[in-house]
Design a binder for this molecule. Structure first.
Ligand code: ADP
Length: 225
């Protein structure tokens, strides 16, 4: 399956994308993660991306599409993929559609993870990530680790993303409204979008997402992690 997960920052895309991808045995492709890898490795692309990310802005389309294409050509994407954070602008959506059409495929579904804007800042400000596992995500109030600052899953150090500060989050919200909301409209016009409430426990949201792509109920049993 070829699935796109979209939604406001803080809606829980990364958390859900990791679980959905594992459940469906397809790779989880996050342009945010790809940029953070470049930043950690100190590449030129990473340095360029960093200035935009820090400011809460989108990394320019050309750079982002390049990073995405480089990931997409890896053989693990042949059976499908779960996109998280790409496309985030209409130009990126058109590029994606063109790339997929070129290989005779298209997206199967777009899941729009919905939370009220008023909840975004609190969700993001409390978010803590693990230095060792990109899908080990905690929240100081909603899903705190047993020991503050330490990942329950692997013992790695937890940290706060620098673009998760309040002023940057507000900028990211603005950018979502102007640049990314049109992407939802674009796929809505193709009848691909299902809106899913991001309210509630991680497991509940996951069940809704699985239902939306016809993989719910029996498939969802045993997913207690
Ligand atoms: P979130 O979903 O929490 O906003 P991500 O980890 O997906 O965060 O992305 C972090 C930042 O990386 C974004 O705010 C943006 O600056 C940059 N970025 C990620 N994906 C894209 C994209 N498709 N186009 C442009 N910039 C991107």
């Amino acid at each position: 399956m070829r699935i796109l997960l979209i939604g406001l920052p803080g809606a829980g895309k990364g958390t859900q994308a990791g679980r959905l991808a594992a459940h469906l045995s397809i790779p989880h492709i996050s342009t945010g993660d790809l940029f953070r890898e470049h930043i950690d490795q100190g590449t030129e692309l990473g340095q360029n991306a960093h200035t935009h990310i820090q400011a809460g802005l989108l990394v320019p389309d050309e750079v982002t599409i390049g990073v995405f294409e480089e990931r997409l050509v890896r053989p693990d994407t042949e059976r499908g993929f779960l996109l998280d954070g790409f496309p985030r602008s209409l130009a990126q959506a058109h590029a994606l559609d063109g790339i997929l059409a070129g290989s005779g495929t298209r997206l199967d579904a777009v899941l729009d993870l919905e939370i009220p804007e008023g909840q975004v800042v609190r969700r993001i400000a409390g978010r803590r990530l693990c230095r060792q596992g990109r899908e080990h995500i905690f929240h100081i109030d909603f899903s705190p680790p047993e020991v503050a600052g330490v990942c329950d899953l692997c013992g790695g150090e937890l940290y706060q993303r620098e673009d998760d500060r309040e002023a940057t989050v507000r900028k990211r919200l603005e950018v979502y409204r102007s640049e990314t909301a049109p992407v939802v409209d674009h796929y809505q016009a193709q009848g691909l979008v299902t809106t899913i409430s991001a309210h509630g426990r991680v497991q509940e949201v996951l069940s809704r997402a699985l239902d939306a792509i016809g993989q719910g109920q029996t498939d969802a049993t045993g997913m207690s992690s």
